[in-house]
Ligand binder design. Structure first.
Ligand code: GDP
Ligand code: MG
Length: 489
């Protein structure tokens, strides 16, 4: 017996195989559960007593328009512990009427509604109410997977439009609940072109997988199709999209990287289910950004997928050109640029952490590198009548302090009204400061004016003060006390 689909799905449901079977009356829910148990569940029960007990608890299918019961029914009444291929799983189905078809009989009239017992309330509640709260309770609280059974009207007393009306009310509700579910279109003849056509149109209408079958003559293959489709309705648990390593190392300030990341996040936001993984690949392909889109792994039992993207040589060139700008016009240009970049990077590596800390906290200190350390000449020391050797080292350690420098500019332009008009002409838009900085006053850009003001403040800091600050820091770093009072004049 092929249990792969059952095991995969059970794994995805953390081995709690709780299925809520909902739909309208007489769509074939009870028949579906009966067939499923006979084909997939009973063969895995080896205790004859238990088998008989479960057979007794299977729901009865009923014909005609007369409704006997609407109360949700747990099948079996207590969850079943199964051991299939050394995997233990707990299984339970709930059979539940979602909504009553108006032309059905036997549920009483509004003035005298028939009362039924439900698992959710101590007291009996009206038939209609039991039916409509059932779907929500069953799907939300009592199952990890929903099966919505509907019919094309090819058997029984009800017409297709009657099932359709119930679908239109219940399926959107189930979608809102955000639990995976699959639609089973129950028909007398699943091979007929009408049934196939209807199944396709339902799939398009609701965006949910549809399996067309005959619940009375269900086969193991039908069961596996339902299980496979149900699995594909689960959310993608982990999607790994990998890019060439040279894309991983650059930031989104490089335009191609931004375009790639936007495309990826777009598809990730658009497609959420396991069945969509193929669509994700197709959409990535159609973006024309990638020379290769390969689905390397799709593990349905865990919802894990991995897609590997590749770019052609022209995209690599595009990135190199953007990084180099006009520094590659001659060999000398290019080598000089690389050389300077290497030198700059050496310095940057030394002070990188200090800069980051200064940006975050206002103060950062670089850790000296081995090559910056100077070993001082060893000296002989005497302590408590004993002699020893003192080995010491020194290293410049760069302190970065973020000091806010303010620079202001006060164009005197005339009347109060003119001043207000000038203010109104500034668009204080944080995302578009470029326009403001480029505004000209007396023939100079605002940026240049403000920048000059800042530079002049920075250059005017007296050397004596700089030396004093340095000497205070020297003392503070090398003393054993980490607090110091300094008065710098
Ligand atoms: N011919 C045919 N009849 C079916 C099929 N599925 C269900 N039925 C019949 O439709 C009626 C209602 O089925 P039932 O499972 O009780 O529907 P429920 O009210 O949704 O539980 C019963 O008489 C079933 O025998 C099917 O695939 N083919
Ligand atoms: Mg039934």
């Amino acid at each position: 017996m092929n249990e792969e689909a059952l095991m995969n799905l059970s794994n995805r449901m953390q081995n709690d195989f709780y299925v809520g079977v909902v739909g309208s009356v007489r769509s074939g829910k009870s028949t579906f559960i009966n067939s499923f148990f006979k084909l997939m569940v009973l063969p895995n029960i080896h205790d004859e007593f238990l088998k008989h007990k479960i057979v007794d608890e299977l729901p009865q299918s009923a014909a005609g328009k007369q409704i006997m019961t609407v109360e949700p029914k747990f099948v079996p009444s207590t969850s079943l512990e199964l051991d299939i291929n050394d995997t233990k799983l707990t299984l339970r189905f709930v059979d539940c009427v979602g909504e009553i078809i108006p032309s059905s009989e036997g549920y009483g009239n509004d003035s005298e509604p028939r009362l039924v017992k439900t698992p959710w309330y101590d007291e009996a509640i009206p038939f209609k109410e039991a039916a409509s709260i059932g779907t929500e309770k069953v799907i939300y609280n009592h199952s990890n997977l929903g099966v919505y059974v509907t019919s094309d009207g090819s058997f029984g007393e009800f017409k297709r439009y009657e099932y359709e009306a119930v679908e239109e009310r219940l399926i959107p509700k189930m979608k809102e609940m955000n639990k995976p579910f699959v639609i089973v279109l129950n028909t007398k003849d699943p091979k007929s072109s009408q049934a196939e056509k209807l199944s396709k149109s339902l799939e398009e209408k609701y965006g949910v997988s549809v399996v067309c079958l005959s619940a009375v003559n269900m086969t193991q293959e039908d069961c596996n199709r339902v299980l496979d489709k149900a699995l594909s309705e689960f959310p993608i648990a982990d999607l790994e999209i990998s890019l060439p390593d040279y894309i991983e190392v650059i930031g989104e300030d490089i335009s191609l990287k931004k375009e790639i990341m936007d495309t990826i996040s777009n598809v990730e936001n658009k497609y959420k289910k396991v069945k969509d993984v193929q669509h994700i690949c197709e959409e990535l392909k159609s973006s024309n950004l990638f020379s290769g889109v390969k689905l390397e792994l799709l593990e349905v039992s865990t919802g894990t997928a991995s897609i590997v993207l590749d770019l052609d040589a022209s995209k690599y060139q595009e990135i190199v050109s953007e990084l180099l700008g006009n520094h590659a016009e001659s060999r000398a240009d290019f080598i000089e640029y690389l050389y300077k970049s290497r030198k700059a990077n050496e310095v940057y590596e030394q002070v990188k952490t200090a800069i980051e800390e200064a940006k975050q906290t206002g103060y950062g200190v670089s850790i000296p590198r081995v090559e910056d350390m100077k070993l001082l000449a060893p000296t002989v020391i005497k302590k408590n009548g004993m002699y020893g050797v003192k080995l010491a080292a020194q290293a410049p350690c760069i302190h970065m302090i973020a000091v806010n420098v303010e620079s202001s500019f006060t164009p005197i332009i005339g009347s109060e009204e003119q001043s207000k008009m000038l203010i109104d002409s500034f668009h204080m838009d944080e995302d578009n400061t470029e326009e403001m900085w480029n505004k000209e006053f007396f023939g100079r850009k605002l940026f240049d004016i403000v920048n000059d003001g800042m530079k002049s403040k920075i250059y005017h800091m007296p050397d004596r003060s700089k030396e004093k600050i340095k000497s205070v820091l020297d003392k503070m770093m090398n003393s054993n006390h980490n607090s110091l009072i300094a008065i710098i004049l």
